[in-house]
Ligand binder design. Structure first.
Ligand SMILES: NC(=O)c1ccc[n+]([C@@H]2O[C@H](COP(=O)([O-])OP(=O)(O)OC[C@H]3O[C@@H](n4cnc5c(N)ncnc54)[C@H](OP(=O)(O)O)[C@@H]3O)[C@@H](O)[C@H]2O)c1
Length: 310
């Protein structure tokens, strides 16, 4: 089996290289891999598929820096929708399997409740995480462009597997942030350099370690059928809670505690849903769910990155 991994230097792509190392893997990237490709170049995409002849393409390439998407919407749609749709069309024509990644930001914070549950004794029923078949409603350019990509891919390649995930961090730097430190490393850096930290306390997400996601992706690829899957770590927290957990796990003193602020205080031009937690419903119903809790996953990351011993 020949598997082409597009975006192989990225956070997720680099983990997928390990996870599929028993196959004949073809790493593809814009500049770093032996095979270079910019998926916006349709002719080159066709040429690479024809010369490399993969049985499956796993596409992690995306234009997904939130602020850059707001500032350059045409570019976001060019990569996340048009180029991705074109890749799907080319793969379908050649009988190549396709796996693609999308985001929790296809949801815009509309709150659904689990009507089978009674109200909590001390307050209202909390929102329930989004399932794969909940109606999307993006509120920023990233979410809209990724959703457009989902629709185009499914139109061109009905057999595609689309895996939505959230708040990824990994040992490889996130290319969309220009290779900067990920959230965890940033917190540790700020603590080490004794710089003040302000973290958002009213946006709930599920931090997801790319290495653990890669394990789940492998199961979906091996055992799942076509369609949309949610795959994040289990549970949820605010960015403030995530930052505090990083410090606690590393035994960093409470003197370095971040300041909790609201999203509004951050004054960014990007709209983010206050709630965009995904339920891994489909992998659970198939009996192939393999995501740890976000806290356990964080500990694994900290060990892998050398911040925790043992
Ligand atoms: N990071 C998150 O928090 C997050 C959350 C939800 C969903 N996702 C989705 O998960 C997937 C993987 O994310 P990630 O964090 O691993 O991304 P990443 O670290 O930014 O890596 C993306 C990879 O794609 C490559 N790439 C970008 N544009 C390309 C193009 N036009 N043609 C070919 N390659 C291109 C990048 O190469 P260069 O080095 O050349 O840029 C990089 O190797 C994406 O689909 C993303 O939307 C991510």
């Amino acid at each position: 089996m020949r598997i082409m991994i597009i975006g192989s230097s990225g956070q997720l792509g680099s983990e997928l290289l390990h996870r599929f190392s028993d196959a004949e893997v073809i790493p593809v990237d814009r500049t770093e891999a032996a095979v270079t490709l910019d998926i916006r170049d349709s002719a080159r995409t066709a040429e690479v598929l024809d010369s490399e002849k993969p049985d499956m393409v796993i596409n992690t390439a995306a234009f997904h820096n939130l602020l850059a998407c707001e500032q350059q919407p045409a570019e976001a749609f060019a990569v996340n929708a048009t180029a991705t749709g074109n890749l799907a069309k080319l793969c379908a024509k050649r009988g190549i399997r396709l796996v693609h990644f999308s985001t929790n930001y296809v949801f815009g914070g509309t709150v659904f409740h689990d009507t089978t549950r009674d109200a909590a004794p001390d307050g209202p029923v909390p929102p329930r995480p989004y399932r794969e078949d909940d109606p999307p409603s993006p509120i920023n350019v990233l979410g809209a462009s990724k959703l457009a990509g989902e629709y185009l891919i499914q139109a061109y390649h009905p057999e595609v597997q689309i895996i939505r995930t959230a708040a990824l961090y990994g040992v490889a730097a996130c290319q969309s942030r220009g290779g900067d430190r990920n959230f965890v490393e940033n917190i540790l850096h700020l603590a080490k350099t004794k710089r003040p930290m302000r973290l958002i306390q009213d946006i709930v997400t599920t931090p997801t370690h790319a290495a653990d996601l890669a394990v789940q992706v492998r199961k979906i690829v091996d055992l799942g059928g076509p369609g949309v899957y949610h795959a994040t770590c289990e549970g949820w927290c605010t960015w403030y809670e995530f930052g505090c957990a990083v410090l606690e796990e590393c035994g960093i003193s409470p003197a370095s505690r971040p300041e909790a602020v609201s999203a509004r205080q951050f004054q960014t031009p990007v709209r983010r849903p206050g709630y965009s937690v995904l339920e891994n419903s489909r992998v659970k119903s198939l009996g192939i769910a393999d995501m740890p809790s976000w806290r356990e996953s964080l500990r694994r990351y900290l060990r892998l990155a050398g911040h925790l011993v043992g």
